[in-house]
Design a protein. Structure first.
Length: 756
């Protein structure tokens, strides 16, 4: 008899794959075994059934996914039956640990069924659902390698775990009230003894209190989303005056009452990844203005853990703010001792299961009907991306550390790239430490212990660049620096399976080859190399970064190209003096700085132009969070009729941004509608960039857009329409971040294609 060994690689651990193989084999009367072998699954069957493999692939459990299957003939052995046998630890294969999965319908039914033994149990899970990545510290995905290891199964759970007909057969995260984690509620650091801690939390939320809730991959601060007093208290405690809060609603029906959704948005909001989806708000909604000040949209998610469902089941409030619990700038808090001592919260609802991999909520937005990640984290990390088969890649391991803000890192091995969960702003020490420990955890899971190439951004002062240097020196690895916008371009090309394109890269800050701040660039790019073809007109930033925080300084600088000193002084002192922190004195200093070119950075950033229009139209005068001024400009423009036109001009292969800003300000002072001017200036800038790309495209037939500016729905649409009208192909990010969350991915792709 011929025996066969089958090795399966992909998402095959922690998703009920072995039980599935077991059932299939029994159905087909096949003998042998299945086991986890390091990062892959090994199946041995006692005969060569062709349709076994066919069925294996076609009838997969919903969360599982197969990358490769390899088959070998092996020598004869005797089996009495088909078994799931113990895992063996080895470093074979590429591990794909599944991401965390929202509670499934069956488990949800159980926690709502008063006759079920898991009635109201907040950690209910099965092979189809529950935490995965956030609780694992090593591969394979067995209970022993997760933070569930602390909770030995009770007899009832063990019966389910061992019963091949049960939904929980070999479910590694299963548990119950008798054997699993427990939930408790604290007031500051004092435990409150109540029968139902979740009910107590709901009561306090109803009274306007702030409750920290430890969930699957992290901790939220929850507040009643309709209670303006409670929201303002939260803003004060977080020192977060303006930034919008994301909300969690009871169900889709609730969301429909306040937000506009198309079918794709509905699908993603209901998906088992349960990201936060940015949706346009309906005009009449019951939320107070302080929930999302100045914005036309709102970040919305549905419950994903049993804790959330139980919270809504006890509550008559249908929507809560659910914002990450962290000290501003620091990573989300996940340790119980930190949660109960968190000053911002009045109460904390915690549990005794450890979170091993902190995983913030993912955030997505649709533009031109395609999805883009703003943050790709819980529910998606650490799922890998495949490198396009079009590229010749080297068979070596790469660690790419990303930029400075909004960082993810990526590990590349063979033809796969594993971007990490969201790490955050690494100019904060605690976040930098989180980055280091997250690298260690992912290396453990992937069983990677050395690299051939370490990659960083070109910016010499980024902490990630310095860390990359340290790692490279310590282990004597080769080191590579990659220009920021080239990394954006490479992630876009791979996302669209393309060799080359002319790329419009628009964002806030990227270190340029000339050491200036780039951010409005037209590049020719393939994955190996790039060429800067054109850009926005360079502008001066008086005092450097402070012009980003107070964009009226940027406005002064841009207008200085269009007016002489006396004219400009008059405009600034008449119309904008209040927006300068030190009034007319500051205006005098800036004017003389501009005259003498003193203490200036040079930037081609698209973000700075949008900020200047925003402040010029009286929309936003201080940036209190990233992207604030341009996001509010987009919101003001939302719903415009397109009645105004602001022309653009291109000189010396640069888009003249000064004239766009000047025209916008003039129209504003003539009393034209702010909405129409906001829309017309976004359109002018967008079409100007598109025209600049087309003029430089020559023999390239595809134009793509990348960078944080392309979260802006209107700008994305103007450029797409302009590009298509001129008979070029248009590409944008579909499955990756348009913003800096994809920089490490792009860096890794470029590194993998570099010849030694
Ligand atoms: Zn389930
Ligand atoms: Zn149990
Ligand atoms: Zn960027």
């Amino acid at each position: 008899m011929v025996m066969e060994k089958i090795l399966v690689e992909g998402i095959v651990q922690g998703v009920g794959f072995r039980p599935y193989v077991y059932r299939l084999a029994n159905q087909m009367k096949i003998k042998g075994y299945v086991k986890n072998l390091g990062n892959i699954v090994e199946i041995v069957i006692d005969s060569n059934f062709e349709n076994f493999k066919e069925r294996l692939v076609n009838e997969l459990p919903s969360i599982a996914d197969i990358n490769t299957i390899k088959t070998f003939n092996i020598s004869d052995r005797h089996f009495d039956d088909f078994k799931i046998i113990k895992s063996s630890d080895s470093s074979i294969g590429n591990s794909t640990i599944p991401p965390d999965v929202a509670i499934c319908g069956e488990c949800l039914k159980e926690i709502r069924d008063c006759y079920n033994r898991r009635y109201k149990y907040p950690f209910n899970a099965c092979t189809e659902c529950g935490p995965r990545f956030s609780i694992i510290d090593n591969a394979p995905y067995d209970r022993i390698n997760t933070s569930m290891n602390k909770f030995p199964l009770c007899d009832d759970c063990l019966d389910e775990y061992e019963n091949s007909d049960d939904r929980r057969y070999h479910g590694e995260a299963i548990c119950c009230n008798n054997c699993g984690p427990e939930i408790s509620i604290y007031s500051k650091s004092k435990k409150i003894n109540v029968g139902n801690p979740i009910k107590k939390a709901v009561e306090e939320l109803g009274k306007g209190k702030i409750v920290a809730i430890k969930g699957i991959g992290g901790t939220h601060l929850a507040v009643n989303a309709y209670d303006d007093k409670a929201i303002n208290k939260l803003r004060e405690r977080l020192n977060r005056p303006n930034q919008a809060f994301a909300v969690m609603s009871r169900d889709l029906e609730t969301v429909k009452q306040y937000a506009i959704m198309n079918e794709s948005e509905k699908d993603i909001i209901l998906s088992r990844q349960r990201p936060i989806v940015i949706l346009n708000k309906k005009k009449n909604n019951d939320f107070p203005d302080c929930l999302t000040p100045g914005l036309h949209n709102i970040g919305v998610m549905l419950p994903y853990s049993p804790i959330h469902y139980l919270l809504f089941d006890e509550s008559n409030i249908d929507t809560y703010i659910m914002t990450s619990a962290n000290i501003p700038g620091e990573p989300m808090i996940i340790e119980n001792k930190d949660i109960i001592n968190l000053e911002m919260a009045d109460y904390s609802l915690i549990h005794n299961r450890e979170i091993i991999n902190r995983c913030d909520d993912s955030v997505v937005r649709f533009r031109n009907d395609e999805l883009s990640f703003i943050r790709r984290s819980r529910g998606y990390a650490p799922m890998p991306y495949k490198i396009s088969e079009k590229y010749n890649i080297n068979d070596f391991n790469v660690l790419a550390l990303g930029p400075e803000l909004d960082v993810t890192f990526s590990i590349a091995t063979e033809n796969l790239i594993y971007p990490s969960q969201h790490i955050g702003n690494t100019n904060n020490l605690k976040t930098l430490n989180f980055l280091k420990s997250a690298i260690n955890n992912l290396e453990n899971i992937l069983k990677i212990d050395s690299y051939d190439l370490i990659v960083s951004d070109k910016h010499p002062n980024f902490f990630t660049t310095k860390l990359a240097h340290q790692i490279a020196e310590k282990y004597d690895y080769e080191f590579l620096e990659i220009q920021h916008h080239h990394a954006h371009a490479a992630s876009l090309l791979n996302d669209n399976d393309l060799d080359e394109a002319v790329i419009i890269a628009s964002d806030g800050v990227g270190y340029g080859d000339d050491k200036n701040i780039w951010g409005g660039e037209i590049l020719y790019s393939d994955v190996k190399s790039y060429k800067r073809l054109a850009s926005l007109e360079p502008q001066l930033m008086p005092g450097g970064d402070i012009s980003t925080q107070y964009p009226v300084r940027m406005l002064a600088s841009i207008l200085s190209k269009q007016y002489n000193k006396e004219e400009l002084e008059k405009i600034l002192k008449n119309d904008y003096v209040d927006l300068f922190k030190y009034g007319s004195e500051e205006i005098d200093v800036i004017l003389s700085q501009l005259e003498n070119n003193f203490n200036m950075n040079i930037t081609t950033s698209t973000g700075r132009v949008l900020d200047s229009i925003s402040v010029g139209l009286g929309i936003c005068s201080e940036r209190t969070y990233e992207g604030e001024c341009s996001m509010k400009l987009e919101s003001v423009a939302y719903g415009a009729k397109g009645e105004l036109d602001i022309p653009f001009t291109i000189e010396n292969n640069q888009l003249n941004t000064s004239s766009i800003v000047k025209d916008a300000i003039n129209l504003f002072h003539k009393g034209e509608s702010k909405r129409e001017i906001a829309a017309a200036s976004q359109k002018s800038l967008a079409e100007g960039l598109a025209e600049l790309a087309i003029r430089n495209a020559k023999n390239v037939d595809t134009i793509g857009v990348t960078g944080g500016v392309f979260y802006n729905e209107a700008i994305s649409k103007y450029i797409r329409d302009y590009v298509l009208d001129n008979s070029y192909n248009f590409i944008q990010h579909k499955n990756t971040c348009a913003g800096d969350g994809s920089i490490s991915l792009g860096q890794a792709i470029i590194a993998k294609t570099k010849k030694e």
